[in-house]
Design a protein around this ligand. Structure first.
Ligand code: ADP
Ligand code: MG
Length: 475
């Protein structure tokens, strides 16, 4: 039987506000456990939540960026459940009327295929605390610093059909959140987590199969692996006559498997009701329009600009526009050298390799966009050869000097004095009489040998094009 996967993601985006969603406590990452939980976060009696306006503005910004319906009237509800890291006994969330309604996201898949993924809704909620199981033998520690951190939960339609599509969608939401500056995007610190809902059905069947939900995956690689595993597990179960149970599963990256955590709660289990401590959230059209006016250029628009105005391939354009910091670096480089294709090549090649190796963010690049732009300018005007440009690039990694100064001090200027080059060509010909004979006899392949010898003697500073011409004229 041929099976098709059906996948829907719920992505929790941690909003980059300074304080919590309903209290003034700091959201800064990495503080001493329980140093940043105030009376409101702790759920002490007699305190009242006060909504953080910045979180509201960020949710609206996201909604506008995916062309979603913005609900001017929405409601905060209590989602009731017991857990040690949830001191109030309920989480404040939005249930029937979320702040952001239906929208959509476009994906460009590898191979150039386009996919449109529906977003059902996005709602505001508070995060719970953290249970720490591996610090105290036989005990669990509770850290409530994260309690009350604002989250935007983005729920997709069950529109994805493979793990690769799910990863592309997750990456797209990640890129959007970074562009909009509503989230720092740090997956390792848990700033974006995703729950993957997975089911399978025979190819050609219209109705969906029963699904499972894999909780709390926090890396692109794990999303792909967890979903592929779950698809295979479900195929095995069904092909052996079994039944898929609606349940919540956990992905274990060490064992590379998913395992059952608990039966799936249905929404009725949570006894949702409007939080009597909070008024409905109401804002004006003008508030929304104000935010719309501040929207930055988004990844798709940037990618299109790179293709159309700068004539980059769609692969290069997608690569560069995905991360706003990379795109800004690229723009700054092109502003200096006006050569988009070369800038793309250097950033995606040499620079990416250096950053990867040193595990550096592009914002911490040892070579600045100004330096790279000047290097490309000197390559374009013939001062540098491709070989000496690489030498210069390596030097720039540890040297902050001006590009032109470094070219002088390292003696990297390409030789263009044709008299000097001619005498070097004469010397190489005199030193290699046998090869010269063959070349004269028509063995054109040996041209490369002679050019190579000249390049070697000039330490890569000769212009290979010019050397070629001189050799030909001498023949
Ligand atoms: P719940 O209330 O259990 O969270 P929702 O209806 O909100 O359920 O859906 C949660 C997620 O599950 C959504 O992203 C949705 O696209 C996805 N989903 C729903 N049905 C299926 C299915 N049959 N297979 C895979 N994903 C599904
Ligand atoms: Mg859900």
């Amino acid at each position: 039987m041929n099976w098709e996967a059906v996948i829907g993601l719920e992505i929790h985006v941690q909003l980059a506000t300074k304080s919590k969603i309903f209290s003034g406590a700091s959201t800064e990452y990495g503080a001493e456990p329980n140093a940043q939980a105030c009376a409101v976060d702790l759920g002490l009696p007699g305190v009242l939540p006060v909504l953080n306006e910045a979180a509201v503005a960020m949710a609206v910004k996201f909604g506008l960026a995916i062309g979603a319906q913005i609900n001017l009237h929405s409601v905060f509800d209590r989602k009731n459940y017991f857990y040690p890291d949830l001191p109030k006994g309920y989480q404040i969330s939005q249930f029937e009327t979320p702040i952001v309604g239906a929208g959509e996201v476009n994906l460009l898949l590898e191979g150039g295929q386009q996919r449109r993924i529906g977003v059902t809704r996005a709602h505001l909620e508070e995060d719970a605390g953290k249970s720490v199981h591996d610090l105290f033998p036989g005990q669990t520690g509770i850290d409530l610093n994260r309690t009350g951190t604002p989250l935007l939960e983005v729920v997709s339609e069950p529109d994805m059909r493979s793990a690769a599509e799910a990863v592309a969608y997750f990456k797209k939401i990640h890129a959007l959140a970074r562009y909009l500056k509503i989230c720092d995007g740090n997956l390792a610190e848990g700033s974006m987590r995703c729950d993957a809902n997975v089911s399978i059905r025979p190819v050609g069947q219209d109705s969906f199969g029963e699904r499972t939900e894999i909780k709390n995956i926090n890396s692109f690689r794990f999303v792909e692996r967890a979903i592929n595993h779950e698809i295979q597990r479900q195929i095995d179960v069904l092909e052996h006559g079994g039944k898929i149970e609606r349940e919540t599963r956990l992905y274990d990256p060490d064992k590379d498997e998913t395992r059952s955590m608990r039966g799936k709660e249905l929404s009725a289990d949570y006894r949702y009701f409007p939080d009597p401590d909070l008024l409905p959230l109401v804002f004006t059209e003008a508030f929304v329009e104000d935010i719309r006016a501040q929207l930055p250029e988004l990844p798709e628009a940037r990618q299109q600009r790179y293709c159309e105005a700068l004539a980059l391939s769609s692969y290069d354009a997608a690569w560069l526009s995905n991360d706003p910091d990379v795109a800004n670096f690229f723009d700054a480089t092109v502003a200096v050298c006006s050569n988009a294709k070369q800038s793309a090549n250097w950033i995606m090649g040499e620079l990416a390799a250096v950053l990867n190796k040193a595990d550096l963010d592009i914002t911490a690049s040892p070579v600045s966009p100004q330096q790279l732009g000047q290097l490309i300018t000197r390559l374009d005007d013939g001062t540098l050869s491709s070989k000496t440009a690489k030498t210069l690039f390596d030097a720039l990694r540890t040297d902050d000097a001006e590009v032109d100064v470094l070219i002088e001090t390292l003696n990297l200027k390409q030789m263009s004095d044709s008299g000097e080059l001619e005498s070097i060509v004469d010397q190489v010909m005199a030193d290699n009489p046998a090869q010269l004979e063959q070349l004269r006899g028509g063995k054109d392949k040996l041209l490369g040998f002679f050019v190579g010898q000249v390049m070697k003697l000039t330490q890569g500073k000769a212009n290979p094009q010019q050397v070629n011409e001189i050799i030909r004229s001498k023949l």
